[in-house]
Structures are given as structure tokens and as C-alpha cells.
Design a protein around this ligand. Structure first.
Ligand code: ADP
Ligand code: MG
Length: 282
């Protein structure tokens, strides 16, 4: 087992929100100035009976970074994403999002705190148009602040948010298409648009390239790179070409544990990673 360098983190307490949405009170001046982790997991463990599916995992996701989590099937990647999104409570350890300890929060509340998670295609209403799906997603996760807006303002704001998400996801020309009739790749773009409609700071994506052809995968890679400008992205992905094209940082998991973390160059050079995982690919 080898340990490449740990992801460099900010000093404790410096991982503060930099946007108003993060926190009910306006952030302090010193918090705005800091560039801390958007999302961090500290010593996260999830046990299912005797099995530690996630075993003492720590990681940090920075703004404008793509942090990939890789590892063989059963490594605990999806369980980790479920812990980060609040879909599963951890057995121990903690999760911080935008300077808040969100450990034990439910998925709705974590979403409102700024985490956007794409679920599988089952979340799409296939008989509805692309626009209708994204508009519904915008509405489903309204921040608390929207409660105080007038209905008309609210309506316009939601429409704007949906339009922005569709444009960001590159689906403007498919806005009026029935979701069930668009290609598989476009449906995955739609999932991302639905996630973006909640205006997250952090995107949590579990295998966004799954089942895609080469051209579709290339389009998704370009989309994820463009989204890095305004988000931190935690990416679980099996497509190693895509991962090494996209990732600024990687965490490698095997049997629930982190066996290495670092830059793509660090990970490529790591003998333990090659033996445990990357060697399987060739
Ligand atoms: N709800 C669950 N109950 C029991 N075991 C689970 C549950 N979810 C996942 N596991 C187990 O935890 C391990 C990690 O699974 P998972 O997180 O899906 O891995 P990955 O996404 O890396 O393939 C596997 O051994 C899996 O069988
Ligand atoms: Mg998985």
C-alpha cells in the first residue's frame, strides 16, 4: 500500500462560504477572502453490518477543481457519494460543505446548502420536454430565500434559472424535445442541466459517462471542463481517459479505503495504484 501526497488543505476553519447562498447570515469579511475547500470529508466511515464499505476516507474538493474518485467495483465510491449527499448517514466521520458541518443533514437540506447531485436517468420525466424537466428541477430545490419573493418574481426567477441551466448544459437547441426521444448522451446532459437548475456550488457526479459512445463522451468531457469555471466537481468515473483528461486531483479507493491521493501525475506514477487498479485496465 502506498500513500501519495495528501491533497493540500486550507488551515482549519478557513473553509468558508464565498457566496451569499451559503449560510443564512451574510458571511464575515474574512470568510469572503478565503479560498477554502468547497466540500470536505473527514474520516468518513460507513459500515453495512460487518462490511466497512467506506473506511476512514478523507478528501477535499476545491473551487474550480475536478476531483475524481476512482477504484475498482465495490471500492465504495457510490457509498461515498451517498454519504456526501446525505442519502446515507455515515457511521462516523464528518462532512463539511461551504464552511458548514452538514453531517447527518438530509439530502434536501444539503442540496439547499449548495450540493448538486445528479441521479440516474430515472429522475427524468420521459414524457415531458427538456424545458419542463429542468423547470421542475429548478422549482423542486428552491432556496429558502425564494419564499419571500413575490409569486411573479419567483416565477420569472425560476424560468431564468432553468434557461441558464439548459444553456450551460448545452441543450438550448433541444429545449422543446420530449425527454424520452433525445439520445442517451443528451439525457445525461439533461441530468446535469437538472442538477445545475438548483444552482449548486458543488456538483457530485457518479459515472456521468456511463454507457456513452465516443462522441457523446467527448461532449460530456467538454461540458464538465466548462462547468469547472464556476463549480467544484466531485467525479466518480470509470473511463480512465476521461478521468485523466479532467481531474485536477484524484482519490483512489480500494475496499473502502483511500490507497492514494494526489495529482494525475502522482497517481500514474504510484506503484500501489497500478497494482491495485490501473494495472487491471491494460
Ligand atoms: N445498502 C447496502 N447494503 C449493504 N452493502 C452495501 C450497500 N451498498 C453498498 N454495499 C456494499 O458496499 C461495497 C461498496 O459498494 P459501492 O459503494 O457501490 O462501490 P462502488 O461504487 O465503488 O462500486 C460493496 O461491497 C457493496 O456490496
Ligand atoms: Mg458505484
Amino acid at each position: 500500500m502506498s500513500e501519495v501526497q495528501r491533497v493540500a488543505g486550507p488551515p482549519q476553519g478557513a473553509d468558508a462560504p464565498t457566496r451569499r447562498e451559503w449560510g443564512s447570515a451574510p458571511p464575515e469579511a474574512h470568510e469572503v477572502a478565503s479560498v477554502g475547500a468547497l466540500l470536505s470529508a473527514k474520516n468518513l466511515t460507513k459500515r453495512f453490518g460487518g462490511l466497512a464499505a467506506v473506511n476512514d476516507v478523507s478528501l477535499e474538493l476545491l473551487r474550480n477543481h475536478i476531483h475524481a474518485v476512482i477504484g475498482p467495483n465495490g471500492a465504495g465510491k457510490s457509498t461515498l457519494t451517498n454519504l456526501l449527499s446525505g442519502d446515507l448517514p455515515p457511521t462516523s466521520g464528518s462532512v463539511r460543505l461551504g464552511g458548514q458541518d452538514v453531517t447527518g443533514w438530509n439530502p434536501e437540506k444539503i442540496s439547499r446548502q449548495g450540493l448538486g447531485r445528479s441521479y440516474q436517468k430515472t429522475n427524468i420525466f420521459l414524457p415531458f420536454t427538456v424545458w419542463e424537466n429542468v423547470r421542475l428541477a429548478a422549482q423542486s430545490r428552491q432556496p429558502h430565500a425564494a419564499r419571500w419573493l413575490s409569486r411573479a418574481t419567483d416565477f420569472a426567477a425560476l424560468n431564468e434559472r432553468a434557461a441558464r441551466a439548459i444553456a450551460l448544459a448545452g441543450l438550448e437547441n433541444r429545449k422543446d424535445a420530449i425527454a424520452g426521444t433525445i439520445s442517451h448522451g443528451e439525457q445525461r446532459q439533461l441530468e446535469i442541466a437538472m442538477t445545475l437548475a438548483t444552482e449548486p456550488q458543488v456538483l457530485l457526479l457518479d459515472e456521468p459517462l456511463a454507457g456513452m459512445g465516443v462522441a457523446e463522451a467527448e461532449r460530456m468531457v467538454a461540458l464538465l471542463l466548462s462547468l469547472k469555471k464556476d463549480h467544484g466537481i466531485l467525479l466518480v468515473e470509470h473511463d480512465m481517459d476521461a478521468v485523466f483528461t479532467l481531474a485536477d486531483r484524484l482519490t483512489v479507493m480500494v475496499d473502502g479505503k483511500v490507497i492514494a491521493s494526489g495529482t494525475p501525475a502522482d497517481i500514474r506514477a504510484d506503484a500501489g495504484v497500478q497494482a491495485a487498479y490501473l494495472g487491471e485496465e491494460s
